[in-house]
Design a protein around this ligand. Structure first.
Ligand SMILES: Cc1ncc(COP(=O)(O)O)c(C=O)c1O
Length: 411
């Protein structure tokens, strides 16, 4: 037998997918220019390339301002601080996201209140958000996960009715648009990551978008050691150095020039993948919401039904996909089972009343837990940058694994 590549069979695909990140002479020229200029750092803030990138990216997404800083974790902490959110406040976040989304409120001094996600998108469940609101709630931080966006109509409606701020975690959503409005431009702030794997990257970096002049000024001040950014230079903040250096900013300025074409390519191949993958039994396709008017994604999410894979879970299927030559991974664990989220190691629980709500043992998120432990599978962005062949191979490999599921290793 041994059809499957994980058991020594022939892989569906033997050529590698396009590498990421992608750079050429333009990056080399831009970085050389920075080196020759002598202005290597991020001070004065913003630097020449930082300002160029901030303007171009904000324009592309449709925001009034961009504020570039050192990563996409700090961005969320700065957003909360700029909004005046801190000690004793509560911030509602989804159970399925990178640990940074939960870290940021704690870093700002607030309590992250974690709620479950919807089975349709694995993004924050608006009903759960509404149920979690208390008099201490100050903000909602939806995460636009994988190829999805959170239901921003419902989130903004809830926020307006309860007087809450909204900070969108857009680490996966550069380029996305919801009903004609860019991701990160619907709430008060949008937070983007430019870490190596992200689709607009300099290796490290993060951008906050906002259309509020005061919030933008405060964010610039918070990342520049609290320096006043108003014309009279009177409005100081309690800031620190979160600036990004010009070498990284130069890489981003060049990456921005290529971004629209790369995004369109992924979206086109993503549509083809969506059409083809419905044929694979045991796979629940989670189509992008029709309200997404410009589609762009960091990775594409699928739910497998372990019963139709001979009881094997997502981890085994992802390993089998890798063996077939298709880059595939499982989504984050639910926040209560996440080794990167250890709130008891922060000082927050002893400082904030009700911090017992951060006890992972006391939490239950059935949808996020099923996704993390059993169902979720995602394909990396480069599967969608190799024409029709790239996505056809992914579908073929998934179908092959499903057909031969009895051969899969246990797990
Ligand atoms: C959903 C989400 N939020 C936040 C971050 C944090 O970004 P960074 O790694 O730039 O700090 C990431 C990065 O992986 C992410 O995936």
């Amino acid at each position: 037998m041994n059809e499957l590549a994980i058991n020594g069979g022939t892989p569906v695909r033997t050529t590698s997918y396009p590498a990421w990140p992608k750079g050429d002479e333009r990056e080399i020229d831009a970085v050389t220019d920075v080196i020759r200029s002598g202005d290597w750092g991020g001070f004065p803030e913003p630097g020449r390339y930082a300002a160029r990138f901030e303007e171009a990216f904000a324009k592309y997404q449709g925001a009034g301002h961009g504020v570039l800083m050192s990563n996409g974790t700090i961005t969320m902490e700065v957003a909360l601080k700029a909004l005046g959110i801190g000690w004793g406040d509560e911030v509602i976040i989804p159970a399925l996201t990178f640990a940074a989304t939960a870290y940021a409120p704690i870093a700002a001094g607030a309590l992250p209140v974690i709620v479950d996600v919807t089975p349709e998108t694995w993004c924050i469940d608006p009903d759960q958000v509404e149920a979690a609101i208390t008099p201490r709630t100050r903000a909602i931080m939806p995460v636009h996960l994988g190829h999805h966006m959170a239901d921003m109509d419902r989130i903004m409606d809830i926020a307006a009715r309860h007087g809450l701020a909204v900070v969108e975690d857009c680490a996966h959503a550069h380029g996305q648009q919801w009903q004609g409005r860019g991701a990160g431009c619907i709430g008060d702030f949008g937070s983007f990551s430019h870490q190596s794997s992200k689709i607009l990257t300099a290796g490290e970096g993060g951008t906050l978008l906002t259309s509020d002049d005061d919030l933008a000024r405060r964010a610039h001040s918070l990342i520049d050691c609290g320096r006043a950014k108003d014309p009279e230079e009177k409005e100081y903040t309690f800031g620190a150095n979160y600036r990004l250096g010009e070498l990284h900013a130069a890489l981003l300025a060049v990456a921005m020039e290529r971004f629209p074409a790369q995004q369109a390519e992924r979206a086109e191949n993503g549509k083809l993948f969506e059409e083809l993958v419905v044929q694979v039994p045991g796979v629940r396709v989670m189509p992008a919401d029709a309200r997404i008017t410009r589609w762009s994604f960091y990775n594409y999410l699928l739910a497998i039904d372990p019963e139709t894979f001979a009881g094997r879970t997502n981890t085994v299927v992802a390993a089998a996909m890798e063996a077939e030559g298709i880059p595939a991974e499982v989504q984050y664990p639910s926040m209560n089972r996440y080794e990167l989220f250890q709130p008891s190691l922060s000082r927050l629980p002893v400082c904030v009343e009700h911090a017992d709500r951060l006890d992972p043992q006391a939490m239950s998120f059935p949808v996020a837990e099923a996704a993390g432990q059993r169902e979720s599978l995602y394909f990396m962005e480069n599967v969608f940058r190799d024409g029709a062949n790239g996505v056809e191979a992914a579908v073929e490999a998934l179908a092959k694994i499903q057909r031969n599921a009895d051969e899969l290793p246990a797990g």
